[in-house]
Ligand binder design. Sequence first.
Ligand code: FES
Length: 80
Amino acid sequence: MSAVKITVRKNGPYRVEAPEGSIELVDADGNNFDLTGKTAFSLCRCGGSVNKPFCDGTHSKIGFLGAESAVKKAEETPKA
Ligand code: FES
């Protein structure tokens, strides 16, 4: 079993679980995000969070569909 677990939440964020201090999250310039005291956090997958890279729950307000759900929905939609 790995020390880090990343779960793709259905129509939601990437949930990251890891022992405190075992994971580093950096921005494009290499600056660290403060993860002090955190053993789990969620990363935005929908693009709508105002607190990127973290999820702020916006995905549920905008009706975000993860790729697997979006494909399924497109296949179910009758063609005109
Ligand atoms: S996945 Fe939750 S706000 Fe984007």
